[in-house]
Design a protein around this ligand. Structure first.
Ligand SMILES: [Zn+2]
Length: 258
């Protein structure tokens, strides 16, 4: 059994049940384990590579074709959910990749900021787009406290080795009653893509609730690349890892005022 890199990120438990073994993103054999207490499922050991290393491995390339269409559909669906809560303000896209998401937002409604760990991706965005882009991450960025109305994280938290740490850093940046717009993939889509956490709606909600957020929207969608053909409101007690090659969860969480 490999050494556990960290205790469970939700409940700090250190006892796990083997879920399955798999070949990791970097060719290593690793296991996926489930926390015996809260049922969070994650890689053991977790991949602790920076996004820069991931891009060096796979080369940064702007999205195109069906991949780009699929992201555009996901972004549009996310924004349609957000619309009933907030329609304009200051937004931060974390790990903005090639900037496609921020570029879809109207600059008259949204004051747009993007951060990216990858220098190549950051340079691409700052050359191409007029939104504000920064080569940094949520821990090191120096935006003022309570600055953003919305922080978006497209398939970011499930890749992080310690999502709770990311959320803690973002807490400072988000206004009281601000929103997280988040997505993560259904598990089998991502077995070989450096994902650390295999969230279910139940475990994802548990993580965010513990950090002081409440779920206001939570959906499961499937798309063909060209269109979303299945949308389903999610039950937050749903705790089976939904095996799907094409499924995405998308959710909005609001910060609870303290
Ligand atoms: Zn746990």
């Amino acid at each position: 059994m490999n050494k556990i890199l960290y205790p469970c990120d939700i409940c700090n438990n250190e006892e796990f049940i083997l879920f399955k073994e798999k070949k990791g993103f970097f060719g290593d054999v690793t296991s996926i384990v489930t926390c015996s207490n809260c049922s969070l499922t994650f890689l053991n050991p977790r991949v602790n590579k920076t996004i820069e290393t991931l891009y060096e491995h796979r080369k940064f390339k702007p999205l195109q074709g069906k991949n780009k269409n699929s992201r555009l559909n996901l972004f549009a669906f996310g924004m349609s959910l957000l619309k009933s809560h907030v329609t304009k303000g200051t937004i931060l896209d974390v790990a903005m990749n090639d900037g496609t998401f921020l570029n879809t937002l109207s600059s008259s409604d949204w004051n747009r900021y993007g951060i990216e760990d990858s220098k190549l991706a950051y340079e691409y965005c700052s050359d191409k787009f007029d939104f504000k882009s920064f080569h940094t991450n949520v821990h090191e960025c120096n935006f003022p406290n309570n600055f953003f109305d919305v922080i978006s994280l497209w398939d970011v938290l499930n890749r992080s080795p310690l999502p709770s740490r990311n959320i803690t850093s973002m807490n400072r940046l988000l206004k009281e009653d601000g929103y997280f717009l988040v997505s993560f993939e259904a598990p089998t889509r991502v077995l070989f893509r450096g994902v650390n956490h295999y969230f279910t709606p139940f475990t994802f909600n548990k993580l965010l609730t513990r950090e002081g957020y409440k779920s206001v929207e939570f959906y499961y969608i499937e798309d063909t690349g060209d269109e979303i053909y299945h949308k389903q409101k999610v039950n937050l007690n749903e705790n089976n890892l939904k095996e799907s090659k094409i499924g995405h969860y998308i959710a909005i969480f609001q910060k609870i005022k303290n």
